[in-house]
Design a protein around this ligand. Structure first.
Ligand SMILES: Cc1cc2nc3c(=O)[nH]c(=O)nc-3n(C[C@H](O)[C@H](O)[C@H](O)COP(=O)(O)OP(=O)(O)OC[C@H]3O[C@@H](n4cnc5c(N)ncnc54)[C@H](O)[C@@H]3O)c2cc1C
Length: 291
C-alpha cells in the first residue's frame, strides 16, 4: 500500500525521448500510478485494492463523473528541452511546478530549433493561428531554413561577442530568438496533466507543442495505463455537445431510427454501445430531452 512501483514506468526512468530536432522529454520521477488512484478513492471506505477488473471500473467511473481528486495523487516530474516559443505556450498551464535554466546565471547553449522542410507551410487561410496543410516546395523550404539558420548563427555570435566584452549575462541574452532551446524540470499531477493533454493534443494546438504532448502522454501511459485509457475514452476522444447540437443529434436519431428498431439487430463492432454503456448513452439523450 505504501510506495507504488510501476514496472513500465521504471523501465523508462531517466531515458531521453527525442522531440523536434534537438529537444527531449525525460521522466525524472513519478509518484503513484493506477493503484494509488484506486487506493485514494477507496480510502473513505477503508477498503484496499480489489480485482484488476473492479479497479479498472472504479478508475473509469471516477474519470467519467469528474471525480478528479484521486488523479491528483499521481505526480510526474519531467526534464524537458524545448524551444522558447513552445515554452511560452506551455507555461500558460499554471497548475504545475517548474524550474528553468537561468540565462542570468549560465551561458546559454548554442542550440536552436530549425523546422524540418516538411514542417514548413504557408499561413492557413481558414485558421488565423495556424499553418496550412500544404507544405512549401523543396527549394523554397531550403531557402527558408537557410534564412532561419543564418539569423540564429548571427544572434549567437553577437551574444558571444557581448559576453566577451564583459556585458552581464542577463543583458547579453536579450536579442536571442524564440527558436533558442531552454530546459526545465516540470512537475504536474495526473489530473492537471490530462487537462494539458486535452488542450495540447488537440489539432488546433501548434504542431511543435503537440509533439511534446504526444511524448508526455506516452510516458503517462507507462505510469498509469488504466487512467490514461479512461482519459482517452471519456475526455480526449469524447465530444461535448452544445444544447442546440444535442437537440439536432436527437432529431436526427429519431428520424433515422424508428422506435421499433431493436439494438440487437445492429451489427456489433468494437465501437457499438451495449449494456451499461448503452444505458448511460440513453440516459444522456433523456437528459437532453428535459432541457
Ligand atoms: C490552441 C490554443 C490556442 C491558444 N491561443 C492563445 C492566444 O492566442 N493568446 C493567449 O493569451 N492564450 C492562448 N492560449 C492559452 C489559453 O488561453 C490558456 O491560457 C492555456 O491553454 C492554459 O489553459 P488553462 O488556464 O485552462 O490551464 P491551467 O493554467 O493549467 O489551469 C487549469 C485549470 O485550473 C483552473 N485555474 C487555474 N488558474 C486559475 C485561476 N487563477 N483562476 C481560476 N481558475 C484557475 C482553471 O479551471 C483552468 O482551466 C491558447 C491555448 C490553446 C490550447
Amino acid at each position: 500500500m505504501a510506495h507504488c512501483i510501476v514496472d513500465t514506468a521504471e523501465s523508462i526512468l531517466d531515458r531521453e525521448i527525442p522531440v523536434l530536432d534537438k529537444g527531449f522529454v525525460r521522466l525524472v520521477d513519478y509518484m503513484g500510478g493506477d493503484e494509488r488512484v484506486v487506493q485514494s478513492a477507496r480510502v473513505s471506505y477503508g477498503e484496499g485494492t480489489k480485482t484488476y477488473r473492479e479497479d479498472a471500473a472504479l478508475i473509469d467511473y471516477l474519470l467519467r463523473n469528474n471525480h478528479t481528486s484521486p488523479f491528483e495523487q499521481v505526480v510526474l516530474t519531467f526534464h524537458v528541452k524545448l524551444p522558447i516559443f513552445v515554452a511560452r505556450q506551455w507555461i500558460r498551464h499554471r497548475t504545475a511546478r517548474l524550474n528553468e535554466i537561468s540565462g542570468r546565471y549560465s551561458v546559454l547553449k548554442d542550440d536552436f530549433y530549425i523546422p524540418a522542410s516538411e514542417d514548413l507551410a504557408g499561413q492557413s487561410a481558414g485558421n488565423k493561428q495556424g499553418r496550412s496543410d500544404s507544405t512549401m516546395e523543396s527549394t523554397e523550404a531550403e531557402k527558408i531554413r537557410t534564412i532561419l539558420e543564418t539569423a540564429q548563427k548571427n544572434a549567437y555570435s553577437d551574444y558571444s561577442t557581448l559576453l566577451e566584452a564583459g556585458l552581464a549575462r542577463e543583458l547579453a541574452r536579450i536579442n536571442l530568438p524564440l527558436s533558442l532551446y531552454t530546459e526545465w524540470y516540470w512537475q504536474i499531477d495526473l489530473h492537471n496533466l490530462f487537462h494539458f493533454l486535452k488542450l495540447r493534443l488537440d489539432s488546433h494546438a501548434q504542431k511543435e507543442i503537440r509533439l511534446y504532448a504526444e511524448v508526455l502522454f506516452d510516458i503517462a501511459k507507462k505510469v498509469a495505463p488504466r487512467c490514461c485509457s479512461s482519459f482517452r475514452e471519456h475526455i480526449l476522444e469524447g465530444v461535448r455537445f452544445s444544447q442546440k447540437e444535442f437537440a439536432e443529434l436527437r432529431r436526427r436519431l429519431e428520424n433515422q431510427q424508428p422506435e421499433k428498431t431493436k439494438q440487437e439487430n445492429i451489427e456489433k463492432t468494437e465501437d457499438t454501445l451495449s449494456g451499461k454503456e448503452l444505458e448511460r448513452f440513453e440516459e444522456k439523450l433523456r437528459k437532453g430531452r428535459q432541457i
